[in-house]
Design a protein around this ligand. Structure first.
Ligand SMILES: [Zn+2]
Length: 266
């Protein structure tokens, strides 16, 4: 999260509300900004620059779990400071961690808003696993000045950039440093690559459509109610859809007991 984006909380609420309206449970925020109340400790973590402390800071903002389908993903809000959604700058280290977990199958949705106030701000989304090849990686000049204080950060982060984005140009002598970022190394996505990206709401709808629970053994329709008590109380061959059920749904706690009893019999 960029601490400089004044609209961040509002955008986060907007996405959170949309998710809830569409059947998701949205877990409370887990970033260090929210978790750590003690200001000194927050500063301590905020000003340490090692891959480990950056990992601690980089945890994806939010988590969403759909109540009826198997859709579940991490999500994060990003601000685009260029007018009309020009080239997009994203902090490198959080993206590197997200790419790592994405390669292991973890879904992470990036929602990008134009950094202006009001409802006219344009937005789009993309899954981290579908990240286009960046135009370049920028390692700001200040990282060169940290050699004495923190070890050779410049070489360390250049190495990480090379590993995570093989073949991508690493700009370690940037002349222009006017964008309002955190000052950490960042990835530049070209405007032409983000221009064709979907509305984030479409991506969420597609996720709900495609992440179904399973097939009803009776009518063969796709099954969605995987979280209710009836489902848990039945063995797989009797996990019927809502229409085919012989009995109304039972409470979740009763279902857990039934399920445990059934499990013992097997
Ligand atoms: Zn059925």
């Amino acid at each position: 999260m960029s601490i400089l984006d004044r609209n961040h909380d509002k955008r986060e609420d907007q996405v959170s509300d949309y998710l809830k309206e569409n059947g998701f449970a949205v877990l409370p925020p887990t970033t260090y900004h929210e978790q750590i109340k003690e200001p000194q400790l927050k500063k301590l973590l905020g000003f340490r620059f090692t891959p480990t402390t950056q990992y601690m800071r980089a945890e994806a903002d939010r988590k969403a779990i759909h109540m009826e389908t198997t859709a579940a993903f991490l999500w994060e809000i990003k601000a685009n400071y260029k007018p009309n959604l020009g080239d997009l700058f994203i902090e490198m280290m959080p993206l590197v961690y997200h790419l790592g977990t994405a390669s292991l199958g973890v879904r992470c949705l990036m929602v990008v808003f134009e950094a202006i106030s009001g409802d006219s701000a344009k937005s789009f989304g993309f899954w981290v696993k579908d990240l286009p090849t960046p135009k370049e990686i920028v390692i700001p000049a200040r990282w060169r000045n940290q050699v004495a204080q923190h070890g050779n950060k410049h070489a360390e982060y250049k190495n990480i950039a090379t590993l995570a984005f093989p073949g991508v140009y690493i700009n370690d002598h940037p002349s222009d440093f006017s964008w309002r970022g955190s000052g950490d190394p960042y990835v530049v996505l070209a405007q032409k690559d983000i221009d064709g990206m979907c509305d984030w709401r479409e991506l969420i709808q597609e996720e709900i459509r495609t992440q179904r629970g399973g097939l009803c053994p009776e009518c063969k329709s796709t099954y969605t109610h995987i979280l209710d008590g009836y489902f848990l109380s039945q063995p797989p061959e009797k996990q019927l859809c809502e229409k085919c059920r012989p009995v109304p749904a039972v409470a979740l706690e009763d279902a857990m007991a039934l399920y445990a009893a059934h499990d013992r019999k097997r």
